[in-house]
Design a protein around this ligand. Sequence first.
Ligand SMILES: NC(=O)c1ccc[n+]([C@@H]2O[C@H](COP(=O)([O-])OP(=O)(O)OC[C@H]3O[C@@H](n4cnc5c(N)ncnc54)[C@H](O)[C@@H]3O)[C@@H](O)[C@H]2O)c1
Length: 416
Amino acid sequence: MKKKYLGIGIIGGGFIARFHIRAWVGVRDADILGIFDPDEKRAREAVAMARKLRVGNAKPYKSITEMIADPAIDALWIGAPNYTRVEVMEEIAQAVLKGKGELIGVTCEKPLGRNVKEARRMLELAKKAKLLDGYLENQVFAPAVVRGKEIVWARGAAISGPPYLARAAEEHSGPHMPWFWEGTLQGGGVLNDMMCHSVEEARFMLTPPGAPRNVLKPVSVTAYMNCLKWQEPHYAAILAKNSGGKTDYLKRPAEDFARSLVEYKDKKGKKVIVETTTSWCYIGAGLRLTMELLGPEYSLQINTLDAGLKVFFSRNVMGKEGEDLVEKQNAEIGLMPVVANEETEYGYIAENRHMVQSFLAGKRPEENFSDGVNVTELLMAAYMSAEKSTTIPFPPPGLDTFVPAVAQGTWNPKAK
Ligand SMILES: NC(=O)c1ccc[n+]([C@@H]2O[C@H](COP(=O)([O-])OP(=O)(O)OC[C@H]3O[C@@H](n4cnc5c(N)ncnc54)[C@H](O)[C@@H]3O)[C@@H](O)[C@H]2O)c1
């Protein structure tokens, strides 16, 4: 019998789990009933937040397997750090295959894996355990992206021809937790961490509405990366301090700036282009997501910092630092944009609604682990290109086993 309601368990109770919990106020037919985080304090905080927002009578679990064994839990959301991806998914698959409990589906935060081998393993395990799979790329659910795509294709593309260039950028001043900065733990630097969003939303925009993903075939990838800010001694010292001395950007940096150009061929053999840039060294009000889509007689622009709401505080308002105006906020005074509902604007509400409704309908979500694998393949080709300073025809040989030098802890642009 088909379920009408889902009990959700979240794995990892950190930053992104809190975004999902806040987003859940806009999600129907599912409640957040469980959190697993080895850090019990984090788990308790996430549980308290879910209860306070009345998005589910959540409780903490001692392990992933214990959460799966509870018949109240029907689907899992993976929001643990990148370096735990495969072990988390192995435990999920094992528990389901051994009959410890039943699940309908699993979703996973970006990136699906730190490299192609890991991402493919995630997909393989989901298939083996017969789980529906959702890849949590929130930006393809962002209302401006979704509505913009609908309008541009219905009006501009229908009359003057399809778009040929999508530009996407994600920039902020750097991640909030030390593990993101470690290439070996995270899988790379900003290219892996944030270009995953840009390549996917740009591809989504260029894909005709309703067409399958493979209608656009990647032909080549050209990328560049550098460490522009955080390898400077003053800034490297801040990273070292924030990590209790572990992060050493003088010897073992990761890229804080990267760009890529992905050439695709459409069904008719015509080239279309995705251009992305991404950085951890952007100092503006806070997180800035920009997007452009260009076609023969039209264009579209999105900039999340062009918020409708702005506030101004004079220099006499010396309050405490916060992220209450915008994610990755850099200032509290002057003229500041406010993203009034970040959970909506960045796409988390629509994303979670889509995942829940797909699982309830017994359907594979439109954004799934296969997309996560494709994104990882593009990112790894981008690392290959940046390392070799050359254009890489896609798919390149050796992609399946490639691990970027940044992820091996051996990349250092200053040592060249
Ligand atoms: N979609 C987005 O825009 C977006 C934004 C931020 C983070 N993310 C992704 O979400 C994931 C988590 O990032 P975050 O910012 O929440 O990190 P975080 O460090 O704030 O939180 C991660 C949490 O996972 C817990 N954890 C560690 N090992 C675990 C394990 N084996 N099982 C379960 N939990 C474990 C940690 O204790 C921590 O509380 C990352 O993969 C990141 O790339 C996505």
